[in-house]
Design a protein around this ligand. Structure first.
Ligand code: ADP
Length: 292
């Protein structure tokens, strides 16, 4: 068993962006400006963040048998991610996010496609990957019953689980109790109603607070704030994904909770200095240089 092995069970998308100076009204067509495609999906993004930081990452997920699917498989392989847990599904589209960008007014439609076919039945065939990992990282862009299945499987197998509850969907208390760490942002933490949860759940919750940093509960039960780094901000897309990938890569390497959070805080700060989600994710060398 490789004790540094990270398994990410999650979404793989192609982000399709069009920027425009005029948002179309109902029934209207406007001429946009730039069109671009970027590899995305919270699962894939977090896998890339962990792999760039030196983790041995295996992804479990699905793409469709289309051009985007082929492109994303090659791309993630080039990032050093092991893809034997990713299925190519016939007759299904690869997940996409359709993003219209107009200054600060972004409008996004996600068509989950193949991500919706990541079922407990699919995971069952690949459960050895989870059982042979040191830690599993999950987000909520695949069906909730799959998330429940993975948390229970990891819990029974003694494998740590980090749940990034994004985008928010309700979770039972009993499931939250089986997770090693939960990493909501401020809005998700409010939706989970963290302050009303029991002490055990509060102690495993790490809340990312954007430019205010990260809040967690230390071993003595005290609330601590790790302030964010002051950096020139270009694009905060993917900051949370970088944080999660980096945090898990550190926990897999045996780092303490406080060290893993500080390191992930630095990696996420570096990511906001560049445009794009995956484009801005730093390497191990870049984080070390930044911290020294
Ligand atoms: P999400 O992108 O999921 O909403 P946050 O906005 O909370 O997540 O950001 C995640 C982490 O990224 C923060 O906890 C922090 O470490 C880092 N981060 C985000 N925005 C900034 C910023 N403006 N300056 C420095 N670090 C940032």
């Amino acid at each position: 068993m490789n004790k540094n092995a990270v398994c990410v069970v999650g979404s793989i998308n192609m982000d399709i962006t069009v920027s425009t100076s005029k948002m179309p009204k109902q029934g209207e067509t406007v001429l946009g400006e730039k069109y671009r495609t970027y590899p995305g999906g919270k699962g894939a993004n977090q896998a890339v963040a962990a792999a760039r930081l030196g983790s041995d990452v295996t992804m479990i997920g699905a793409v469709g048998d289309d051009v985007f699917g082929k492109h994303l498989l090659t791309h993630l392989q080039q990032e050093g991610i092991q893809m034997q847990g990713v299925e190519v599904l016939g007759g299904v589209s690869t997940g996409i996010a359709n993003i219209i960008m107009m200054n600060q007014d972004n409008r996004i439609i996600v068509a989950p496609g193949a991500n919706q076919h990541v079922t407990p039945e699919m995971i069952e065939k690949k459960k050895h990957i989870i059982q042979n990992s040191d830690i599993v990282l999950l987000q909520q862009e695949i069906p909730m019953r799959t998330i429940q299945y993975v948390i229970e499987l990891a819990y029974e197998s003694g494998v740590k689980v980090v749940l990034n509850p994004a985008p928010f969907q309700p979770l039972s208390k009993s499931l939250l109790e089986k997770v090693t760490y939960i990493t909501p942002n401020e809005i998700e933490a409010e939706a989970i109603n963290i302050t009303q949860q029991n002490v055990r759940i509060q102690r495993k919750t790490i809340i990312t607070l954007g430019k205010s940093g990260v809040q967690f509960v230390n071993n003595n039960g005290e609330k601590k704030l790790v302030p964010a780094f002051l950096v020139p901000v270009k694009d905060t897309t993917g900051a949370g994904d970088t944080f999660n990938g980096a945090f898990v890569s550190q926990i897999a390497k045996g780092a303490s909770l406080h060290h893993a959070i500080s390191y992930a805080n630095a990696a996420a700060a570096l990511s906001v200095t560049k445009i794009g989600a995956q484009t801005g994710m730093p390497s191990e060398v870049e984080v070390e240089e930044f911290l020294n």
